[in-house]
Unconditional design. Structure first.
Length: 210
């Protein structure tokens, strides 16, 4: 299954991507991760991306698509993949189509803005390994300490209430239109956010038929 997860920041896309990835044994392809990996590996397109990053500029969509195409040729993607962080805009979605990146389903996790603000203000992130936790829904075993590497957890600036509200405005303007884009292609499925991570996962499994 080749899948895109849609939803506002804080909808739980990353958490659910991990669950689906484990169930279907397909990789989650994070735009940020593959960008950093390509730069580190010094591939031609990685060097191109590094030039933009060093200049403090956004990496153009066509460069990110090129890096994604490289990554999707690897063996672990033969049975499918989950795209994380791409597309965020209609032009990016169109660029994926033009670049021949195949998608079977765009799954949108539906959740109220108020719930997101409440949820994200409780989020804690590990600055060392990137693991995410939530003080109510998914706490670390020891409060304030990462289960995976033992580092002190932090509240990202992105998770502060005023920042979250600003990000939601951007989401509704730039990213939410992707639902119509994929609906027109007959590839949109939606699932309502549930009270727990496990219940949301079950709802997703039912919608995807897995």
């Amino acid at each position: 299954m080749r899948l895109i997860l849609l939803g506002a920041p804080g909808a739980g896309k990353g958490t659910q991507a991990d669950v689906i990835s484990a169930k279907l044994n397909i990789p989650t392809i994070s735009t940020g991760n593959i960008l950093r990996a390509a730069v580190k590996a010094g591939t031609p397109i990685g060097k191109q991306a590094e030039g933009y990053m060093k200049a403090g500029q956004l990496v153009p969509d066509e460069v990110i698509i090129g890096i994604m195409q490289e990554r999707l040729k690897e063996d672990d993607c033969k049975n499918g993949y989950i795209l994380d962080g791409m597309p965020r805009t209609i032009p990016q979605a169109e660029a994926l189509v033009t670049g021949g990146v195949e998608i079977d389903c765009a799954l949108s996790i539906e959740i109220a803005d108020e719930t997101i603000v409440e949820r994200m203000s409780g989020r804690r992130t590990c600055p060392d390994c990137g693991a995410s936790y939530h003080i109510v829904n998914s706490p670390s075993k020891v409060e304030g300490i990462c289960d995976k590497c033992g580092a002190q957890l932090v509240i990202r600036a992105d998770d502060k209430a005023e920042t979250v509200k600003a990000r939601l405005v951007t989401y509704h303007k730039e990213t939410e239109p992707l639902k119509d884009f994929y609906a027109r292609m007959g590839k949109l499925k939606t699932v309502d956010n549930q009270p727990s991570i496990a219940e949301t996962s079950e709802a997703i499994f039912r919608v995807l038929g897995i």
